[in-house]
Ligand binder design. Sequence first.
Ligand SMILES: [Zn+2]
Length: 347
Amino acid sequence: MAKALVLEEARSLSLRDIDLADDLGAEDVRIAIDTVGICGSDVHYYTHGKIGPFVVNAPMVLGHEASGVVSEIGPEVTGLTVGDRVCMEPGIPNTRSKASKLGVYNVDPSVRFWATPPVHGCLTPSVVHPAAFTFKLPDHVSFAEGAMVEPFAIGMQAAARARIKPGDVALVTGAGPIGIMVALAALAGGCAKVYIADLVEDKLAVAARYDNIEPILIPRDDAASVLRDATEGWGADVVFECAGAAASIRTALEAVAPAGCVVWVGMPVDPVPVDIVLAQSKEIRMETVFRYANMYDRAIALIASGKVDLKPLISETFAFADSIAAFDRAVEARPTDVKIQIKLEHA
Ligand SMILES: [Zn+2]
């Protein structure tokens, strides 16, 4: 039995003992969890009990953005030792699947992802995880930053899918946590400037603290015209749609330059109309993003290099004992909050 933050059903959390499988396989490591970030998906399971086809039908431990310390290693593990500071990639594919062999293990239909029903998450003092999906943190990268690698990896995946060229001008629609992660990854990936559009001024203010991120307040300003004005009428080389709203999806197609690229990152709740002819008339490329593959080591390298600083995005840290309060704070969705984290204490 281990203490964990358990989602009993929609709107009901408890911090209680629960039986969790903890057999250490030959290629696994055991990790003492240090920090766990609360993700929009954790909050959505808490408030709604489901995301699309994934329904919480039995009590489930939440949390998938984690860092910690290796406390035990399986007999066949190489490259990690007890005491290593690490962060963990939460989705475990079948390494023999066709998707894995093709290098796109994120779209392996059999992937098991922390805190996606029926798989338990990591808001508990100790977890077992495959060494192959466990990554060492450099000494000067904190546990808090280590727990930010997961959401940043989504930004990295979006930037990689866009195939950014040095000097590109980008637009990000939506200044939520993922929009900001995408903007930072786009800058690190070579964009000269990233414009970010949102309806909420406080969210834009957080994003605009970074150099070369320019806020666009909707509806006071129109993102497509701002981008045209900034590019002699040409438009954005890349648009990252991160809001998942019908209006911003329309904006993305209006703002993108001829022969540019739109990356669909945001997930609309319901199907939305897309102006295919507008896309065709500019012969744009469209890309989609589902989580990430092969991004953790790159994300850690960027953070370690100092090119990407995620620390200002950590809004508040709660103790494990106050996990439910942490989730209720995340549910509030204060516009100035980007990431709420939970810190576990070890004796
Ligand atoms: Zn997440």
